[in-house]
Design a protein around this ligand. Sequence first.
Ligand code: DHB
Length: 396
Amino acid sequence: MAGAHIRTTVGIVGAGPAGLMLSHLLARSGIESVVVDNRTRPEIEGTSRAGILEAGNVRLLTESGASDRVCREGRPHGGIELRFGGESHRVDFEALVGRNVWLYPQTDVFTDLADARERDGADVRFGVSGTRVVDLTGERPGILFTDADGVHREVRCDILVGADGSRGVCRAAVPEAARTHFYREYPFAWFGVLVEAPPSAAELVYTHSEHGFALISRRTESVQRMYFQCDPDEDPAAWSEDRIWAELQRRVRGADGFTLKEGPVTDRSVLRFRSFVCEPMRFGNMLLAGDAAHTVPPTGAKGLNLALADVRVLAEVLETALAKRDHGVLDAYGPRALRRVWRAQHFTYWMTTMLHRVPGSAAFDVRRQLAELAGVVDSTAGSTYLAEAYTGWSAE
Ligand code: DHB
């Protein structure tokens, strides 16, 4: 481990939940890996991320021994509220599909995985720089980087995994002629805040209003997470706390008198929207997982869930490929993972376009959205589709 040259079986770029979970699952099957990330642990832990886990991913965390904290500190949610026309309508996941989701922030998933990897003595290197991936079509692909102490290092592996996010080096290292990008931009973003206040609602509230979308989510009894639709170029620093609260309140206002419990805003950021898929998910002996291969808009909280679903499939495919010494098996990964990815692309696109106001859209579109929302909550078929997708499709 001390030398500049490091030999391992699977080299993983990116120590977010995808990279760490993959390393954890591989270790359970006796497969060695090295993980590198150019961010430090505190940098990753200091970033606000989404908060919803599908029950299948909670099981993955607990059954693999990565986290038991999720059972103590996570909160099961049996449904969501869809709020439109100033009224809330509950979509009851448990009654519709017999499944729920869990509120447990991505930051906590990361912390649990990083702790588990440290506890098991894994080789995870945070805070590296200048990461490059090389020889992707060769027998020994490599990760070159400078570690946190300024030492140049080289990891050589049998299979390299790019779990380094949407702006990472791995996807960019695939020649353009060898990848196809599918994407859609949206003319809006989310203004996300963390606030010190008691919960305003028992479950998540997804709100359609003539002023645009708002989402009321939770973190703890004293900290809440909320979002409202804004312009992609909005400067979060330009908003006073009073203006943030006035905007959130006017989006959720209705005849039922629902109001948000207010408190100091402790964190704010603008989240850009993009739907994106890169195909195939394999190039030579490198495989892409999570945001490195695809991104979804945040509506519906599928990003982390898709990343964990990818690594579930990937761990299985890697085990088979390594046991059989047959890299041809790796071809099965992308098509299997992409079935779920494209379902989630459709679901998040649908939730996004149903709930957001397109700037400059006609009154016709707002009426059409309201009819679509009524069609979902008034119909068992409509709300069952939402419940199935939100809680996560069963295994591939
Ligand atoms: C949260 C984020 C989402 O994008 C979503 O759909 C639900 C919840 C959250 O941060 O709590």
